[in-house]
Ligand binder design. Structure first.
Ligand code: ATP
Ligand code: MG
Length: 594
């Protein structure tokens, strides 16, 4: 077992899949657990994938096993290297806290050997750590096309596969009806010869397929002579023009698992009906090594968002968001850009647990994980989003004080800093009301409030422009009321934040909120009709000067407002900050009102 480096890693989740793993280790069925995470590189990873990554890599981490990252790249028409690269970056980021997990990445250029299948029963891929500086790449199902092809030939030789010349539509129709293909009983020789021609490119797309010969009367449609290989005369992002036949998911997946020595092949519930086929392919080949077994769990569905790659692609293509990494997207890169930390995401994945029942997870659960992590880690800063100027009439014109402020009350090690204070400050427009409702404890005409880390001030005069808009408040400060002063113990009900006008640093702040206004935007109709028009507001905030030194790996709490992180659009002299999440859940309040 590894040494825990942070809180997520000390969690010891338990669920039905981990129970199986424990049993398999105890009984000696497997001496080492080997899992895999197999994305299809046809889009960016989303938070549903994060659940699967945390499960597969988490199990490897907890049980001293290995988890392979494998591109499930058997469909050349929709895949792209852009997606491959983003997937690698996202997985590495998400599992970065599993410091010593045996990440199954291989050195560039290495390919699991074909001999593994033919005669080395003890074949295991080496576990290669993905430490920084070592160039590693993931596994590719397409690296096994040769081996998968050899297995296809072996199935034909055993009379368990045949070349079928029915059209795709006819094939579907016959399978639904449980009717045998007229090509089903071709001789082994004829099948071998036709399959060789398929591979050699003799047939155009769609003319024929290789099908497993299983059982056309099976109640499980997937067992009614499913397709194994189809013809696609297209270039593949990883294998180029080497192949014009491509194995189907159901054929390639189980064999890729076998080739890599996977013990527990964990996927989402929709694959449950494919499990008999997964087992059939492996069992039909008389393979020398232990076979992997498939287990299914419920996929993550999250409220107030959509998760399917097709819909996310639509949002990107129709420019409804700024890209796959728009901070409102449920993609891993979007969530990362929003400022959510990898460990908050892993916490969330562990908290929701692994079950066999589909359901909708409340996005508030994710938000809770984010808030509790950021509360512990974020540096506190003062910033004003909607400024109104306050002049302290009894404070000397050119005096500047440096007021000490705590960086993080949750973490004494974070220390303190000094914030400059002077005669003119900004406060939040919300923190002043001319005619306040009952229980309003902030500033009002004639009323008093404490400035955080500073003095108690009293509002003496409200200055307005010709249209009646408030442009300035003129106040007096109780100059003995700051910490250590004679009246520092004086109690006033409200404390508000502020920023010195002369020292303020401008920052573009992007206030992100939920992307959709309803819990289930894709429950029916056009999901885009439910886009939240207020999911992004851009403002210029007045910030305390220390924010000039903001860094991308730090998180900040603007006191009394929200958590923020530095955005990649920031430049020398131009700060851009993203609101990760507000301090309190405004949506819950709304829901109660409604
Ligand atoms: P989508 O349906 O969103 O387009 P997909 O299932 O086609 O995604 P894959 O790339 O095939 O995406 O998924 C890789 C792995 O992630 C699979 O093992 C799949 O079961 C798992 N996975 C996909 N979506 C979710 C989800 N919402 N929750 C948990 N696991 C998921
Ligand atoms: Mg899929």
């Amino acid at each position: 077992m590894s040494t825990p480096t942070e809180t997520t890693e000390t969690l010891a989740p338990s669920d039905f899949i981990r129970d199986i793993v424990v049993e398999d280790l105890a009984s000696g069925k497997h001496s080492r657990i080997h899992t895999r995470f197999p994305p299809e590189p046809n889009g960016y990873l989303h938070i549903g994938h994060a659940k699967s990554i945390c499960l597969n890599f988490g199990i490897a981490h907890e049980f001293d096993g290995v988890c392979n990252l494998r591109m499930d790249d058997t469909n050349p028409t929709k895949e792209d290297v852009e997606y491959v690269d983003s997937i690698i970056a996202d997985v590495k980021w998400l599992i970065s806290g599993f410091a010593d997990t045996n990440l199954g990445l291989k050195p560039v250029g290495a390919t699991p050997s074909a001999q593994a299948i033919e005669g080395k029963p003890d074949f295991h891929l080496p576990a290669i750590h993905g430490e920084t500086g070592v160039k590693v790449e993931p596994f590719y199902a397409s690296d096994y096309f040769d081996q998968i092809h050899a297995f296809a030939v072996r199935l034909i030789e055993k009379g368990k596969a045949y070349v079928c010349h029915m059209s795709p539509e006819e094939t579907d129709e016959y399978r639904r009806a449980g009717k045998e293909s007229p090509y089903r009983n071709r001789s082994i020789e004829e099948n071998l010869s036709l399959f060789a021609q398929m591979k050699a490119g003799a047939f155009p797309d769609g003319t024929c397929t290789l099908r497993a010969k299983i059982d056309m009367s099976s109640p499980n449609v997937w067992m009614r002579d499913p397709l194994l290989d189809r013809i696609r005369h297209v270039e593949h992002h990883h294998t180029g023009n080497q192949w014009c036949i491509y194995p189907m998911y159901d054929f390639a997946h189980c064999l890729s698992d076998y080739i890599e020595g996977i013990t527990h092949s964990i996927c989402t519930l929709e694959f449950e009906v494919h499990r008999p086929l997964y087992a059939w392919v492996l069992e039909s080949l008389d393979l020398p090594r232990a076979l992997p077994h498939q287990y299914e769990f419920a996929r993550l569905s999250l409220s107030y968002t959509v998760m399917s790659k097709r819909k996310l692609l639509q949002l990107v293509n129709e420019k409804l968001v700024s890209g796959w990494d728009d901070p409102r997207m449920p993609t891993i890169c979007g969530i990362r850009r929003r400022g959510v930390t990898a460990s908050a995401l892993r916490h969330f994945a562990y908290n929701i647990g692994i079950t066999k029942y589909d359901g909708l997870t409340d996005v508030a659960v994710l938000e809770h994980s984010i808030r509790s992590e950021l509360n512990k880690k974020a540096l506190r800063r003062l910033a004003v989003l909607h400024p109104i100027k306050v002049v302290l009439t009894n404070y000397p014109e050119d005096q500047v004080e440096e007021l000490p402020a705590v960086n993080n009350p949750e973490d004494p090690e974070a220390g303190t800093r000094k914030i400059p204070f002077c005669r003119e400050i900004y406060i939040e427009q919300d923190d002043f009301m001319e005619v306040p409702p009952p229980k309003y404890f902030r500033l009002r005409p004639g009323g008093e409030v404490r400035l955080k880390y500073g003095y108690i001030i009293k509002c003496e005069e409200v200055v307005k422009d010709a249209d009646g808009n408030i442009i300035e408040l003129r106040c007096t400060a109780d100059l003995d009321s700051k910490t250590g002063g004679a009246t520092s113990g004086r109690k006033v009900k409200g404390t508000i934040h502020w920023v010195s006008v002369r020292h303020a640093v401008d920052a573009e702040v992007r206030l992100y909120d939920r992307l959709f206004t309803v819990p289930e935007p894709d429950a029916g109709g056009d999901f885009k009709a439910f886009l939240n028009p207020d999911s992004l507001k851009v403002l210029t905030a007045k910030c305390e000067p220390s924010l000039k030194e903001a860094t991308a790996d730090q998180r900040y709490q603007f006191e009394r407002l929200a958590y923020f992180c530095l955005d990649q659009d920031s430049q020398e002299g131009k700060l851009v900050l993203n609101r990760t999440i507000t301090l309190k859940d405004a949506w819950a309040k709304e829901a109660k009102k409604g």
